[in-house]
Ligand binder design. Structure first.
Ligand SMILES: Nc1ncnc2c1ncn2[C@@H]1O[C@H](COP(=O)(O)OP(=O)(O)OP(=O)(O)O)[C@@H](O)[C@H]1O
Ligand SMILES: [Mg+2]
Length: 280
């Protein structure tokens, strides 16, 4: 994983620093947060993602990399049952979230309240900065202004936005710059206190320095939640993800320990070519 200190043993196997070994062990025994079995997604009958089988464990950062049209966003969409609102999107297979089959859930909103999603471009609510972040806690029944103030400050700080907006919390979120709005979206996702946070190429609208600050926050957050990180920056997956899946043209080509994949230990040569920037 991530900030690992790896070396290559004479037998060609990568060996990991004690911190990484400890985390790998933890991951192997952690409960499964999301189980996906025989997942197939299509749009108007045209396949977009086929035969995906994977388990994501509690407190894992699970990276998904792959070029355009690989099916990455479609994968995230079906986890929040967005197909129920997209008439031409068909989903087959089983998705278990905390052991529950999401297709059998009666209350889609209860599921969505447990999953925070950040899309590539900010999706602001037509509300003040404060209310963008306070809305979800209010819906959970938190009424005290003091408690809400604490949550708003904490979420905006974690999203690396607090210092820039603390003096104008009552102005509209939509008046912020694109990068700031993206961080507001992250703050809003965090305000849900989600079990699972899914980020889809969050850094497209964010400058590199802020991206690194948010990456640091994501590393901290993994002690509290599971994170699925779809990224077009392969090095971002290397910095953050415990395991990484490589999606290509509607297939999950392989899933591996991130550091091992980046060290070249791949099952499919296309994974190595993509990581090395030979296509994409
Ligand atoms: N709403 C839709 N209607 C029809 N086809 C769609 C729709 N959304 C996605 N697709 C198709 O499904 C396939 C996978 O798209 P998806 O957006 O999941 O890929 P992606 O890996 O996220 O790509 P990118 O890196 O460009 O975001 C593509 O061929 C795309 O054209
Ligand atoms: Mg996408």
């Amino acid at each position: 994983m991530v900030t690992s200190t790896t070396s290559v043993e004479p037998n060609g196997q990568a060996s990991y620093a004690p911190e990484d070994q400890r985390r790998q062990k933890e991951m192997e025994t952690a409960p499964i947060k999301l189980k996906v079995e025989d997942l197939n997604i299509s749009y108007s009958g045209t396949p977009a993602l086929s035969n995906v089988n994977l388990d994501i464990r509690e407190n894992e950062i699970f990276g998904i990399i792959g070029p355009a049209n690989a099916g990455k966003t479609s994968f995230l969409k079906c986890i929040t049952l967005m197909n129920t609102f997209t008439s031409n999107m068909q989903v087959e297979g089983q998705i278990l979230f905390n052991g529950m089959d999401i297709h059998k859930l009666k209350n889609v909103y209860a599921l969505r309240s447990r999953i925070g999603v950040v899309f590539p471009l900010p999706v602001g609510l037509p509300l003040t900065i404060y209310e963008n972040v306070a809305l979800s806690p209010r819906l959970r029944g938190i009424k005290s202004r003091q408690d809400l103030d604490i949550i708003v400050e904490r979420c905006l700080t974690r999203a690396a936005l607090w210092d820039e907006v603390k003096d104008r919390l009552n102005s509209l979120g939509s008046l912020l710059s694109g990068g700031q709005q993206q961080r507001l979206t992250i703050a809003r996702a965090l305000s849900q206190e989600p079990d699972l946070l899914m980020l889809d190429e969050f850094s497209i609208a964010v400058d590199p320095v802020t991206t690194m600050r948010i990456e640091d926050v994501l590393k901290e957050l993994r002690s509290e939640m599971t994170i699925i990180l779809v990224t077009n920056l392969v090095q971002q997956a290397r910095r953050l993800a415990d395991r990484t899946a490589f999606f290509l043209e509607g297939s999950c080509v392989e899933i591996g320990d991130t550091e091992a994949l980046f060290e070249g230990s791949v099952q499919d040569p296309r994974t190595r070519d993509y990581i090395e920037g030979k296509f994409g």
